[in-house]
Design a protein around this ligand. Structure first.
Ligand code: ADP
Length: 557
């Protein structure tokens, strides 16, 4: 007999004695004992009954609590049998799909699975049926009252039964967020790949550089095209090695970039632009325009420099050409003005002489001596020749300009030409007390070339030598070099040409301003240069300022 029963019995005896039901004087011992036993038993039963009612009430309460827990659980619950029929369902599930328990119980679970997910669900259920203790699946469920909802189903097999318990959680929001995230990620990936393509196809180089270590953290692969250095090599460059790609005058500016960028931000400038010269791995010097900005981390701390390098070498070359063209235009403008001033002088002087001396001759002609008339006629002749020579020069230049000048080749004796020139220029040299020396011999030097143009060049140079030499000598000679090049030179002990003017004197209308008055318009040497270009030859100049000059012409035969 267990202690619970003994307790009961003890309790019954106590109640009986208080009621005064046990009285040995009235009853015979046996009957008395039986009655006593029955009384005790009755009380026992009553008490047992009370206990039962209490336990029943407790069980009822627990059951109600369980049903409440089941019905109002935060997730939907379904109990399914092995034929996929719904045996029980909780309120949460039916509320979720706007149904009633009566509508759901007895239906096949598949009726509530969206068509596209039926296979998935089937596979999941098979797992459970095969004996898997636990399985999970994400599917879309629907009802006649409610559009598709994404749910997560956790399934377990009920122990010792053929029933399966499914917990259904609504994960629509989570799935929607996941989907949004996926779409966003896809977009980001797409955008990133577009940017990458833009960067890779661009001729500009993009980079990110750590602001502290100055090491590159990203360099676009096309750096190879700009600097001839491979992408990997570039990523490994130490700051000192980076400087080797920058021409020395620009290195300081490159080093100062981090400070300058932070300063620029103070003035609300997001980026700074710098132009500098770089040198490629193949030692080619290039001009680069860099756009730089500062990258900060989420705490506002500067972490990187973002740079874009744009090759502007051709722009710079073009700019240089434009500048040269502008300088040239300005110079030509200046030259034209000085030409006009010179030319008017050059035309007026001989014309005045011609008119003036003609007038003198004609006025009181009879009274003039023959000597005087001859003297005046000589001046008129020289002025006429000077005027003609100027007009010839202008015509020559304009013919060269309009490419109307033709090369006319004939056979002639070069030495004879030099001797004839001696006769022409000797009187003028004598007038200036200069020694004119022809250093060649008298034997013929027969060549085939454009005699007229060679004569013009020789005479222009001899004329200059006489014009710009005040004392000393002028000598000249010709030779054949390497069997097929005619070389001739004119050397003088004249005023010479300053080094910085040696190139420009071959330009049209340019003169070295050495005296206030100078005869000539600055066409002689430009005619020589133009003629050399036409004949495929070359003119060179050696001169020491104040000591003399030597012009040498080389003409291929
Ligand atoms: P022009 O003699 O008519 O001025 P050129 O074209 O013949 O023009 O010469 C251009 C300039 O070159 C001259 O004005 C002169 O300043 C300089 N020049 C030419 N030849 C000589 C020379 N032999 N010695 C010194 N200067 C010279």
């Amino acid at each position: 007999m267990d202690s619970g029963f003994e307790n009961l019995r003890a309790k019954a005896l106590e109640i009986l004695s208080t009621k005064g039901m046990v009285d040995a004087s009235v009853w015979g011992n046996d009957v008395k004992r039986l009655v006593e036993e029955l009384s005790i038993h009755q009380i026992e039963l009553e008490y047992q009954n009370e206990e039962l009612i209490r336990v029943q009430a407790e069980v009822q309460k627990a059951s109600e609590q369980y049903v409440d827990l089941f019905d109002n659980a935060p997730v939907g619950h379904l109990i399914i049998d092995e034929n996929h029929n719904i045996v029980n369902v909780n309120n949460t599930f039916v509320k979720l799909f706007m149904l009633t328990k009566e509508e759901v119980i007895g239906n096949e679970i598949e009726n509530y699975i969206a068509p596209l997910f039926k296979d998935t669900f089937y596979h999941f259920y098979k797992l459970l049926q095969k004996g898997e203790v636990y399985a999970q699946v994400d599917v879309k469920m629907r009802s006649s009252m409610r559009a598709d909802l994404y749910v997560r189903i956790d399934g377990i097999k009920q122990p010792d039964s053929k029933l399966f318990r499914l917990a259904v959680s609504n994960i629509s929001v989570q799935k929607r967020l996941e989907e949004q995230l996926r779409k966003e990620t896809e977009k980001v990936i797409k955008r990133e790949s577009q940017f990458r393509q833009i960067i890779e196809r661009s001729s500009d180089v993009f980079y990110y550089q750590n602001i502290i270590t100055r090491r590159f953290e990203y360099v676009s692969p096309n750096v190879n095209k700009l600097l001839g250095v491979s992408h990997n090599e570039c990523m490994d460059l130490l700051p000192m090695e980076q400087l080797e790609f920058i021409l020395p005058p620009f290195r300081e500016a490159y080093n100062a970039l981090p400070d300058e960028l932070q300063q620029a931000e103070i003035y609300n400038q997001n980026a700074i632009v710098k132009e500098f010269q770089m040198i490629t791995k193949q030692d080619k010097v290039i001009w680069v325009k860099g756009y730089y900005s500062l990258i900060r981390d989420m705490y506002g701390q500067p972490i990187q420099i973002m740079g874009t390098l744009h090759d502007i070498t051709s722009d710079k070359e073009y700019e240089e050409k434009l500048k040269k063209a502008k300088d040239k235009a300005e110079e030509s403008d200046m030259l034209k003005s000085s030409f006009l001033a010179n030319i008017s002088h050059e035309i007026r002087t001989p014309l005045n002489s011609i008119i003036g001396f003609s007038d003198i001759i004609l006025t009181d002609y009879d009274k003039k001596s023959e000597f005087d008339i001859k003297k005046y006629m000589d001046i008129i002749l020289k002025s006429g020749i000077r005027l003609l020579s100027l007009i010839n020069d202008i015509i020559f230049v304009s013919k060269l300009d309009s490419r109307q000048m033709k090369v006319v080749k004939t056979e002639f004796d070069m030495n004879q030409l030099l001797l004839d020139s001696f006769d022409i220029f000797k009187p003028e040299a004598d007038d200036k007390h200069l020694v004119l020396r022809y250093l060649g011999d008298n034997s013929p030097m027969i060549i085939i070339s454009d005699k007229e143009k060679i004569t013009t060049c020789l005479h222009n140079i001899l004329k200059n030598a006489l014009k710009y030499t005040n004392e000393g000598f002028i000598e000249y000679a010709a030779s054949i070099e390497a069997g097929n090049v005619l070389k001739f030179y004119v050397r003088d002990t004249g005023i010479g040409i300053p080094d910085d003017k040696k190139m420009m004197i071959f330009d049209r209308f340019s003169q070295v301003k050495q005296t206030n008055f100078m005869e000539g318009v600055g066409l002689g040497l430009s005619i020589v240069k133009g003629t050399m270009e036409l004949l495929g030859g070359e003119v060179t100049l050696d001169s020491e300022y104040g000591k003399g000059s030597m012009f040498t012409l080389y003409i291929p035969l």
